[in-house]
Design a protein around this ligand. Sequence first.
Ligand SMILES: [Zn+2]
Ligand SMILES: [Zn+2]
Ligand SMILES: [Zn+2]
Length: 297
Amino acid sequence: MPIHLTAPEAAPGGPDGKGWNRLSLNAHFGQAAQCALRPQRWAALLESQDTRRARWGGFGPCVNGGKCDACPLLAALHDQCTVVPFNAPRVLVRVEPVYPPDAMFAGPAGWRLWPTLGPDDRDYRDRRPWSWEDVVRVHGWEVGRAYVDEHGDGFWLERTTRVPAVGVSIRSKARASFTRHSFAVASTGVAMLHCGGGACTHDEELLNAISHACPGPDGADEERVPVRWWQDIQLAPEPVGAYRFAAAVSPYSVRIVARDRELREWGRLTLTGSGWTTERVLAAGGALRAHLAGPAS
Ligand SMILES: [Zn+2]
Ligand SMILES: [Zn+2]
Ligand SMILES: [Zn+2]
């Protein structure tokens, strides 16, 4: 993975094609090589996701004298994963430049990046801010669009099924004839996936996707489910490929069964607790359906 970015000869258009201004010329021309793991703005962060695309310009200087195989940031990329502290499908990261007290013309001395739940989340300063290097080490979230409002710049991170939901613990128990995956929130079981027919044919991503649908601690309990028996048809996912689904609501659980063409049960998802709103049940069933639909082509 190329992470060492050498400065270009005086490129007329500037590294981002937007042209140099005097300040950036002074700041960058003839400057040191940069490290593709040290983005300092959103566009560079996007490039850092696949460092083959990264070009000198938006990054911090190389910290290892050009010996990138031993770059401490490269080691940290795999060993020190940054955890997004929210159970949410997307988070807004606000980018706050930090200026030294006497700097009138120089660029920012650093940045604080604040993970937030969205534009209306105002309490973010109580949390620990990230550095740009911290964001590079977020695994399983994709860098989304840039964002601007009256409070400043930011960008979105979008959760993928490569990570489970924060706060949902997933345990799997394999038996000779079936495997059972249980999902717990605040030590309370909220869901169970029962896979028939011996070894599981799915990977972690299905379990992660189901965890994204699970309720938070408020809905993790042994109360009645908030959906009703007459929603059975509405709650069953649409058929996909060789698979058919049926949903059955009882007072304390919702069960979604997936069967193949021969009506063999592929898997059975049981959801319990007062957190299983219509929306969440549809999301859990949707996760099962998306998995059985196979990789999106
Ligand atoms: Zn480096
Ligand atoms: Zn380097
Ligand atoms: Zn399984």
